[in-house]
Ligand binder design. Structure first.
Ligand code: MN
Length: 231
């Protein structure tokens, strides 16, 4: 039995739809620019870029339905609604044909982004961590077990700010669909149970004003709502 110099931090978790048991989060991987229209709005070329990844700490996850403070250091917090893939079986160099057998379930996430810090980091060719991996930056809906989700994934993915729809895309428009994302991620790191993969956002990202309410959803998977505190 390992002894610690103080009590370790609790395991980060996210709710499971219709169940009391919670999903233990090991780490959070995120895909950049995985919808063509969003790649274009961010100044990229959707036809030529392979998927790339960044990460958030596991304890950046927060449940739907909570109020989170407006983050420090930013005057331009942005919303990015995303399909979340929850890994239940680990592996390295997973074949795309086997990838879905590694998926425990799916959720609706918001990749909160301090866009002003990200823009500055891009200009200076510095890491994105401070713009992406801050406290409470990864809200996620209750996860739905994969067995209850119809494949292939299809349908609407949307987000509204104070009831006004800002992002309205389709899962069919993912440049790299879930099997490819899981496979390619597993070429770079060994996936383990508890890993969450935020799979990228459709077009329409924009500011989250202090005091606003974010609502979003994905057909067949669920909905999320997060209220943002004042600045
Ligand atoms: Mn994102």
């Amino acid at each position: 039995m390992t002894q610690y110099v103080f009590e370790p931090a609790p395991v980060a978790t996210v709710a499971v739809a219709g169940a009391a048991a919670r999903f233990p989060v090991r780490r959070i991987l995120c895909v950049g620019r995985n919808y063509a229209e969003h790649a274009r709005e961010m100044g990229g070329n959707p036809e030529r870029e392979p998927p790339f990844f960044f990460t958030k700490p596991a304890d950046a996850v927060v449940d739907s339905g909570v109020r989170i403070p407006y983050p420090a250091l930013t005057k331009n917090l942005h919303h990015e609604i995303e399909l979340v893939v929850a890994i239940g079986k680990g592996g390295a160099d997973i074949a795309p044909a086997d990838a879905l057998s590694h998926v425990w379930g799916y959720g609706v996430g918001i990749d909160l982004t301090r866009r002003d810090l990200q823009d500055a980091a891009k200009k200076a060719a510095r890491p994105w961590d401070w713009s992406k991996g801050f406290d409470r930056s990864a809200p996620c809906s209750p996860l739905v077990p994969a067995a209850r989700v119809t494949q292939p994934l299809a349908g609407r993915i949307w987000l509204a700010v104070d009831g006004v729809v800002k992002q309205d895309g389709r899962l069919e428009d993912l440049i790299w669909p879930v099997p490819d994302i899981v496979a390619i991620a597993s070429q770079g790191v060994e996936l383990r149970p508890g890993d969450l993969i935020f799979t990228g956002t459709p077009a329409g990202v924009g500011p989250v004003p202090p005091g606003s309410l974010l609502t979003g959803g994905i057909d067949g998977i669920g909905t999320i709502d997060i209220s943002i505190g004042g600045a």
